[in-house]
Write a protein that binds this ligand. Structure first.
Ligand code: ARG
Ligand code: ASP
Length: 689
């Protein structure tokens, strides 16, 4: 996960692995380079430009909420896919953005300028002043956005300048039976056969500058776009992934890892076991609920399954022992030198002590998140309307109440479109039970102990304005400060939300914040020690949602004794999986027809149609949609996942074991051309053979 502006230092190593590009081809500020084709998609995923007319590819699961928003029972794009026949049919997506990195600059010296001799808040204040100035300067006389981000826990700072496009339209998506083929059964798993891609287009104003959606906007002309490779793949060939990895935590201490493995992860997994079982059953029972909950289900299940894989991997490699050994080596090294000993000799002990001190606060924090932010949606409703609830008196006095009420009713429509009361009620009951059990009766607010979870569920879901649209609208129509006061006293849903929230803010939040703040300080020292005492070891800053490069090879793996994963999968495997009868492997008839006819077009290799392949590139969440690029800068495919055995890489990357999963661009083109009849999109790209 290397910083693109520093890639020059790795050019030799990359060339030794087969790369034929120069560092300037990859990252350049003054000339166009690969970086100009890489986009941060919606702030969470990565996407890449593949034509001179702003055509952009990302994963199906990254564009999923947009596709879902455009879907209905009449236009079931989730089930059947969607393909704009021409630009006028492309669909707008309010709020969706795509950003290009203009430049990345090491500003460490400028951030620390004038802080010599300062301590504590005085030092922080000076650093903030410097940072604000840097940002203001970078944003003068241009339409860019700038930010200064800490790397290595504040040992370094980089300025990131970006250009954000605001008109991003949906061009096409395959049906779920391709884009989500394998569903949760295959998520995080190899062998994999998911066609995890969707197609968007960036529009700009006539001057090629970002602009909000407008009919007069035109397709954006990129500084660079990636040619796509239809050449035969060769196992062992060089691959590079260019994208926006979100978070890694490679420096966790043994104590912290142990807490996560023994307490935190198992509890979060247990919470999600429950909500997923309810949602899955509801989705199977009705097409409407299937559409309503597909996006939510995918989000909840994704973390859940990753964590299960992480725990498995961490145990298999005995990550805890590896951590302990490394910590010993660190302390031994510090002990060899008086100055090091003073600076670094106690930091690991302090970090582990900090975990002991605050782990229950942290646990309360994450369980609250699981309960209120991932669990039953009545809590989300309460958060959404809470501001209105407290402002109603003022609105009544100062006018504007009628409009505010109408806005609430309108806003609620969007929410209830994707809500099923019976499903939410069951989730509430099961998660309340689990929440109390895991945290302990004494650590949850009294209201949760006042009656059984079942009784609470019955009482809330039959009366609260949070859990039913008709009740909400009826209440809103007549709401005034008097009825509001009554509601706050009487509505059990609102009361429960308030009390759990207040307990959280009082009991858990301060400790969790202290924990993070103090830990980051110690991590800064710890990492500084690694950099200083082990200068010959490969060091890279933890991911922080900034643009990074990782490279490796196209290769398989052997994660279990007696088991070998090949590096690619083919269309035949899709049919074999479908034959198993598992509904996650459902196909539409067209796939059978094409597979039977072996109609592979020019997209095959040695008589096979490759679907996915693996590589030894270090990726994480946020890398989804990232281009996997060959030795010459051509697009081989889209990164979308990791193997189950390697999800531990967020804590510990092991290149012999960890593999990223890519959907082959030749399969993407085959789907567009042969499956969907959207050959015009393939023709828009530049194909290298
Ligand atoms: N595991 C991949 C990632 O973290 C893909 C998730 C989407 N697929 C799914 N079946 N939920 O984003
Ligand atoms: N699927 C992930 C993403 O959405 C990628 C990963 O975690 O490997 O970014």
């Amino acid at each position: 996960m290397l910083i693109p502006s520093l890639i020059g230092a790795f050019e030799d190593d990359m060339k030794a692995m087969g790369m034929r590009l120069s560092a300037q081809d990859i990252y350049d500020v003054n000339n166009s380079s690969l970086k100009d084709a890489i986009m941060h998609f919606g702030g969470g995923c990565t996407a890449e430009l593949v034509s001179g007319q702003g055509l952009m590819l990302t994963n199906h699961h990254c564009g999923y909420s947009q596709v879902q928003a455009h879907s209905s029972l009449e236009n079931d794009y989730l089930k059947y896919g969607f393909w704009a026949k021409n630009k006028s049919e492309e669909l707008k997506n309010p709020g969706l953005t795509a950003s290009r990195i203009v430049r990345i600059e090491d500003v460490t010296a400028s951030v620390f300028f004038g802080t010599e001799g300062l301590e504590g808040s005085a030092k922080l204040l000076k650093m903030k002043e410097n940072t604000d100035q840097l940002i203001a300067d970078a944003m003068t006389n241009n339409h860019f956005e700038a930010d200064v981000k800490a790397f290595n826990y504040g040992n370094e700072f980089y300025m990131i300048v970006e250009e954000t496009f605001l008109d991003v339209r949906l061009v096409g998506t395959p049906p779920n039976s391709i884009g989500k083929f394998g569903g949760d059964t295959d998520n995080w798993v190899w062998p994999r056969h998911t066609g995890d891609f969707s197609v968007f287009r960036i529009y700009s104003d006539v001057n090629n500058k970002p602009s909000e959606y407008s009919e007069s906007n035109v397709p954006y002309t990129p500084l660079h776009f990636l040619p796509v490779s239809a050449k035969n793949r060769v196992p062992g060939e060089f691959t590079m992934v260019y994208g926006f990895p979100g978070t890694t935590e490679q420096h966790l201490t043994s104590g912290n890892l142990q807490y996560i493995m023994d307490i935190e992860r198992p509890a979060r997994i247990a919470m999600r076991d429950k909500s997923i079982s309810v949602i899955d059953a509801s989705m199977r029972s009705s097409d409407l609920i299937r559409i309503q909950y597909s996006s939510k289900q995918a989000r909840i299940a994704n973390g859940w399954k990753k964590w299960i894989g992480q725990l498995g991997g961490l145990k298999t490699v005995d990550a805890l022992q590896i951590k302990l050994d490394r910590e010993k080596a660190y302390n031994d090294m510090a002990a060899t030198n008086e100055e090091w000993n003073k600076k670094y000799g106690s930091v690991i002990g302090e970090m582990n002590a900090l975990v002991e001190k605050y782990k229950m606060a942290d646990f309360g924090y994450v369980m609250f998140i699981e309960y209120q932010y991932v669990g039953p949606e009545l809590f989300g409703r309460a958060r959404t309307i809470s501001k209105f609830l407290t402002e109603i008196g003022d609105l009544e006095k100062n006018g504007g109440l009628a409009e505010a009420k109408q806005a609430q009713i309108e806003g609620a429509k969007g929410f209830y479109k994707n809500y099923d009361e019976a499903t939410d009620k069951q989730i509430f009951q099961l998660l309340t039970e689990e929440y109390i059990n895991r945290l302990g009766k004494d650590n949850v607010p009294a209201i949760l102990r006042s009656s059984s979870p079942e009784e609470l569920a019955n009482a809330i879901y039959s009366k609260s304005i949070l859990t039913n649209q008709a009740r909400f609208e009826k209440f809103m129509a007549k709401a005034n400060s008097k009825s509001m006061a009554k509601l706050l006293k009487k509505d059990l849903g609102v009361k429960l939300w308030k009390e759990t929230e207040e307990t959280f803010v009082k009991t858990y939040l301060p400790g969790a914040q202290e924990f993070k703040g103090q830990m980051d300080q110690l991590l800064k020292t710890y990492v500084a020690g690694k950099l200083e005492m082990f200068p010959d070891e490969a060091q890279w800053p933890d991911a922080n949602s900034t643009l990074r490069i990782t490279y490796g090879k196209l290769e398989g793996s052997a994660p279990h004794d007696g088991m070998q994963y090949t590096e690619h999968t083919t269309l035949d495997g899709i049919i074999t999986k479908n034959n198993s009868g598992n509904p996650d492997y459902e196909l539409l008839p067209r796939m059978h027809e094409l597979a039977k006819a072996k109609d592979y077009g020019d997209y095959a290799q040695d008589g096979e149609l490759w679907v996915c392949f693996t590589g030894s590139n270090h990726t994480t969440g946020g890398n989804s949609g990232s281009p996997v690029i060959d030795a010459d800068g051509n697009l081989l495919g889209l990164n979308f996942d990791r193997t189950w055995e390697s999800t531990m890489s967020d804590y510990m990357f092991d290149s012999s074991r960890c593999r990223n999963i890519t959907v082959d661009i030749r399969y993407v083109m085959w789907v567009m051309d042969r499956y969907a009849g959207a050959k015009h999109l393939v023709d828009e790209m530049t194909i290298v053979r």
